[in-house]
Design a protein. Sequence first.
Length: 427
Amino acid sequence: MSQSELYVSLDIGSSSVKVLIGEVNEGSLHVVGVGNVQSAGIRKGTIIDIDATVQSIRKAVDQAERMIGMKINEVILGIPANGVQLQDVKGVVAVNSENREITDDDLDRVMKSAQVMSVPPDREIVNIVPKQFIVDDYGEIKDPRGMIGVRLEMDGTLITTSKTLVHNILRCVERAGLNIREIYLQPLAAGTFALTEDEKNHGTAYIDIGGGSTTVAIFGEDRLLSTAVIPVGGDHITKDLSIILKTPTEQARKIKHQYGHAFYDDASDDELFEVPVIGADTKDQYSQRYISEIIGVRLEELFDLILEELYRMGVRDLPGGVVLTGGITKIDGILQLARHVMKTRVRVHTPEYIGVREPMYSTAVGLIRYAHTHEEYFGKLSDAPPVTAMESTVPNANNRNKQSDRAQEKKPGLFSRAKNVFDNFFE
């Protein structure tokens, strides 16, 4: 393992917090540790209780640590799309070197020049996504390094988010005793690898149905074009089942996953299952078809909301179709229902890695793959190991505070380093 690169991703969701430890060897990813706990303190992608969120992160980290017997020090953090705004920007610099060969320094300068714009005080820059580089009026260049020129330009998209949202997330990660290696926008990192090259080029909606909210990301021309968040997710189905069946929430969640079906016409009406009733010793019996009507109505509403959001975003055609992911997409019949409502091609994305072959892990896997590709392009981004031997770091309060102090020292540079903002352009 020591000869391979290790990455640890942290996906803080409304329904669960996931930690993945991935070993990348010669371009192949092997998941060696997984932590997945039910989250607390988060509603619809927004942190409402820092202490509860910190505890959820620590529990997920502890789970993953126990799988590999090592201590996690550093994570790749995903930022949700809540409140994200995309804005076109342009950078222009003169090539510095005497022989006019474009170098890493020129790239850094042109990307920094693209950030010289007024960003409102309540906004935080997350990433800059280049669309193209232009060398002396020759455009559509992906990597200008090594080329000869006098003038270097970059057209890109600036991604900003709510300063309050991102700083609250950073505070939770730091208080959990973790350093932050890199920060990426979740749908950018996940969608880049969940979609095929044709889907990213032709125009595709990447839809991640989370517990408390659903993220819609539009890809086209090999880049992220726009993103939005709908405050409806899988937890709404759980709540519907709990209320209608008069059963505890946790029991409703189990019923949803074990017996759930999204398409009424294909659901079974033969087999019955028992459901405990709140405040009673008796159990009621229901068929899969009965609960499929409850699930189907809520999902149909969600797909209608997605169509409305696509229309609001100005999307009139999706040649690449729709790609669904998220924990709820495991439910039988969801593809049939999505195709019926959205009238386009729909598929479900599931990571193809042992241990995480579940749609709920799409973002956590995407963060690791994105970080590795980023690192390959720029060279090693961090000298500190993401994990260390358990004996070297005893999880006491003093160590937690020291790690938090180190994370706080690192924080001011997270959004200013040029290589942190050069993101979606190394494929």
